[in-house]
Design a protein around this ligand. Structure first.
Ligand code: PDD
Length: 291
């Protein structure tokens, strides 16, 4: 059956969804996006994603007045694609709109281009149980990584290098510290304390990371928003990445460094278990925990 997508106010078949080559998203990557996880029909942390989207729109000065309508569009895109009983991701992209190429913003008001679709994505259970390998590269991105911009060429280039080395993610190093990864945040555990880069212009304020902060608070695990130095990595007992596309993913190898003898650490497992309880079990109705 054909997939239904949402483009500029209409639900249409994916094959019929076309945008102009003069879209500023195409010319300049002049747009922002969000990815929201949907657990069998329940949108996870929807309000937080919408707040972050609003912020990205305001920082890029893209005028989109209809943000309240997104809730119903997201629900409809799930139902129209028969994803209510499944684990799915919803992708939302908003660009400044269509105009002949010029650097300045168009003087006349143009409508933003809004594209939304959803697809089934099963959790990577095996990787989450066994842990994954990651690589590190210099953080070659711009200095506004707090904006969830579609301008992701550095992220995709570096992610491809990770993929070429059979690694799950590429962790970025800037000025000797871990900032984040190509599409996830990075957290490390040393003597029972969780360390991660503080929110700033150098990273995206991850929503999954914020969920982990709440879990740590409930479990009595201390979180210190202080960056991990590259030379300290081998002193860390545990490492994991978080993100809508990775849930809570233990890292057991970073470049040639084996972490925690190559198995996911105890505290990471504890956090994973709690995350799974509030998502896949509570919202998804899974009978047993995978962890
Ligand atoms: N990426 N850091 C970056 C650079 C990201 O692109 C993402 C998410 C995260 C984690 O954010 P969250 O926990 O809110 O998903 C951190 C999305 C999923 C993507 O680009 O596909």
């Amino acid at each position: 059956m054909s997939e239904t997508v949402f483009l500029n106010g209409e639900f249409i078949a994916r094959e019929k969804a076309y945008i102009s080559p003069e879209d500023r998203g195409f010319y300049f990557a002049d747009g922002v996006y969000e990815v929201i996880r949907c657990f069998k029909g329940s949108l996870f942390s929807y309000e937080e994603h919408i707040q972050r989207l609003k912020r990205s729109l305001s920082e890029t000065r893209i005028k989109f007045r209809d943000i309240k309508s997104l809730d119903s569009v997201c629900k409809k895109i799930i139902s129209k694609n028969n994803l209510e009983g499944k684990y799915a991701d919803i992708y939302i992209q908003i660009t400044r709109g269509v105009h002949r190429r010029m650097h300045r913003f168009p003087v006349e008001e143009i409508s933003p281009t809004v594209y939304i679709y959803a697809y089934e994505r099963l959790p990577s259970v095996n990787e989450m149980k066994r842990g994954v390998k990651v690589i590190t590269r210099n953080d070659i991105r711009w200095l506004r990584c707090d904006i969830k911009s579609v301008s992701l060429l550095p992220n995709t280039l570096k992610f491809q290098e990770a993929h070429d080395e059979n690694a799950r993610e590429c962790i970025f190093i800037r000025d000797g510290v871990i900032t984040e990864a190509s599409h996830s945040n990075v957290l490390g555990i040393k003597t029972g304390v969780v360390f991660t880069h503080p929110d700033s212009n150098l990273i995206l304020s991850g929503i999954t990371k914020k969920v982990v902060f709440r879990i740590c608070n409930d479990l009595g695990i201390y979180v210190k928003e202080s960056p991990i130095r590259e030379e300290e990595i081998s002193e860390f007992d545990e490492l994991f990445i978080t993100g809508t596309g990775n849930d809570i993913m233990p890292v057991v190898q970073l470049n040639d460094i084996v972490i925690n003898d190559g198995v996911p650490g105890t505290i990471t497992r504890q956090i994973q278990r709690e995350y799974f309880r509030i998502t896949y079990k509570k919202l998804g109705g899974e009978k047993k925990l995978w962890f």
